[in-house]
Design a protein around this ligand. Structure first.
Ligand SMILES: [Zn+2]
Length: 414
């Protein structure tokens, strides 16, 4: 067993906490004196490829209709293949682990025509596994041919399903949204999900999504998702900025879960999802960063702080423990992973040890609330995934951080 000793506080879940010692699956001992222990964070919405394309000129302070072609041109220039995907995913997963993210959902949307899609998915899975992080690979689609997207999803499942057995990899499907993909894509990817018991994920109700849905179909996105069979309890919707009270009631009744991504939605000018109203309706809400093209950091705890800071602009304030619950168990619930996001007996033994003994945390009366309110940009001292230490003393155990950076830099320079 792995024993964590002397913790100042232990966040078991959003309603349970303790202090002192904790024993989980694994081996050895970690001294947590002066530290707060939390479950590993679960980033429910990322686009790992975009980690290679941050702060790209022409992508900041612009409308989505300008953002999309600028990103597409950058992908075309770089040539998206398994090698680039591997380098970008390695950087993204490593950044996540170094900031406490033990599980990341990669909604991969970029499939150049003729690309070996199984190789792209496999490269992402291998990158996460090599670093010791958990990955949810979402076979996305953004204006892909519907039949081609479904055939590729099927091939990816055939190739990778056997390696999901240990829980380090999960597969899911997800069109980018009703603004980009057709009813046929939603239905065909939904059929693949039903065949293999995969979760379904998409993006909904960013303003641009609502605008295009109204223009193209004369309907709002939630109406279309319902017609297309995508309002169900295996579906998670990211963003949900522009959602009405009546739509919130329908989402709750259908058992849909949500992912809040304020670190993307705010800079993109999409607004702030009414998270407190979603939670009050009984919708499980997780937290995601979205990708480097809109949110240049994959630091989920920083975005949890942002979520807490902006909440009072669109509803009641959300307490720190609830937001931390979103970044852990809320995200895991949307992924159908009841073993992740908490430290109750039977958890998957993913945790972070956060040193709160420095000046940036001095004078903090409530160390769990302080994790979010104080010391922005903090990183965990140690991170454990599946009982194995993957970050020790702020460094990756399974890779040299700078080698990952060099690999990506060299690939992009070619
Ligand atoms: Zn996104």
């Amino acid at each position: 067993m792995l024993t964590i000793t002397g913790a100042t506080a232990i966040f078991i879940d959003s309603t349970t906490e303790s202090s002192g010692d904790l024993t989980i699956e694994g081996d050895g001992t970690i001294d947590a004196s002066g530290c707060v222990v939390t479950p590993g964070l679960v980033n429910a919405h990322h686009h790992l490829l975009q980690s290679a394309f941050r702060t790209l000129p022409g992508t900041r302070g612009v409308a989505m209709r300008d953002w999309l072609p600028t990103m597409a041109a950058a992908y075309a220039r770089a040539g998206v293949d398994a090698e680039l995907v591997s380098a970008a995913a390695s950087v993204g997963v490593a950044e996540g682990l170094l900031s406490g993210v033990t599980t990341v959902a990669d909604h991969h949307l970029t499939w150049p025509s003729g690309a070996d899609t199984v190789a792209i998915a496999t490269a992402t899975a291998d990158a996460a596994r090599a670093l010791g992080g958990r990955l949810v690979f979402v076979r996305g689609s953004a204006r892909d041919d519907p039949q081609g997207a479904a055939a590729s999803a099927e091939a990816i499942v055939q190739a990778l399903l056997p390696s999901t057995i240990d829980g380090m990899l999960q597969l899911a499907v997800g069109p980018a949204g009703v603004h980009s993909d057709s009813r046929e894509t939603f239905e065909l990817l939904g059929e693949v999900a039903a065949r293999y018991g995969l979760r379904r994920r998409t993006q909904s109700n960013e303003q641009v999504d609502t605008e295009i849905a109204l223009e193209k179909y004369g309907k709002r996105p939630i109406d279309l998702l319902e017609e297309w069979g995508w309002l169900a309890d295996d579906v998670t919707l990211a963003h949900l900025c522009d959602v009405t009270p009546a739509e919130i009631t329908r989402l709750a009744a259908a058992g849909v879960s949500a992912t809040h991504a304020p670190g993307c939605d705010l800079p993109m000018g999409w607004g702030i999802a009414p998270v407190a109203a979603l939670v009050a309706a009984g919708i499980p809400v997780g937290l995601g960063t979205s990708g480097g093209g809109s949110n240049d950091a994959g630091h989920l705890l920083a975005d949890a702080r942002l979520a807490m800071q902006v909440a009072p602009l669109v509803g009641p304030p959300i307490p720190a423990r609830h937001v931390l619950g979103m970044a852990t168990e809320g995200s895991a619930t949307g992924l159908g992973r009841s073993e992740l996001g908490h430290l109750r007996p039977g958890s998957a033994a993913d945790l972070c040890v956060w040193d709160v003994s420095g000046v940036a945390d001095a004078g903090v009366a409530d160390p769990i609330a302080g994790l979010l309110w104080a010391n922005p940009g903090r990183r965990p001292k140690h991170v454990v995934v599946a009982g194995r230490v993957v970050v020790r003393d702020y460094r990756l155990v399974n890779a040299d951080e700078h080698d990952l950076v060099d690999t990506l830099r060299r690939r992009l320079a070619r």
